[in-house]
Design a protein around this ligand. Sequence first.
Ligand SMILES: [Zn+2]
Length: 236
Amino acid sequence: MVKAIYMDDCYVKEFDAVVESVKDDKYVVLNQTAFYPLGGGVAYDTGSILRNGEEFPVAYVGKFDNIISHEVSKTGLKIGDKVVGKINWERRYKLMRLHTTAHLLASIFHSKSNALITGGQIEPERGRMDFSLENFDRQLIDEYCKIANEIVQKDLAVSISYMKREEALKMPDMVKLANKMPPDVGTLRIVEIKGVDRQADGGCHVKSTKEIGTIEILKVENKGKDNRRVYYDAKL
Ligand SMILES: [Zn+2]
């Protein structure tokens, strides 16, 4: 079982590990990792794996059969190698800031207009959110963005905790989240923006809303009431 360090601590930038397997000389599995694999609509981490100072750049990280695999662009790593993993923190931190932004915007869109979030994508350059909404205009989106930035300024705590599925099913505001999870998921990982939003989520987030910076709407696209799209960024 590969331990995913980022599940409990999103701020680990460097970690010790042991190589568990190497496939085709480039797909490396470690006994534990802080690298986030592509998933949940969020881009993967990059960085490097170091063995006695020798660098093996990590070009891609994915999850295959539930195992996190690092694609390195240099051959030579062997099973049993003691290594240090180093995350490209600039990229990861931006993804974290945009991911928390996504939860915040989704929560505001939903509570203010009952919009249904239908999709999204987070890349280091920008985030995208798709939703269905009856009334749609740029002014409204800008208004929601303003509300989001007011919440950012309150510096609310963003926490990660775990809850048993049975427990979640007893709480009115958690039932929907619990029911959305596949039946084999016994424990939910909850990401909460204090007093604003709670989601079952497996991704990386900042610890407090102020770390987001300033949310900006880059572009809105209107392709019919079931296909609205907003592109956003978070600037420091
Ligand atoms: Zn999320």
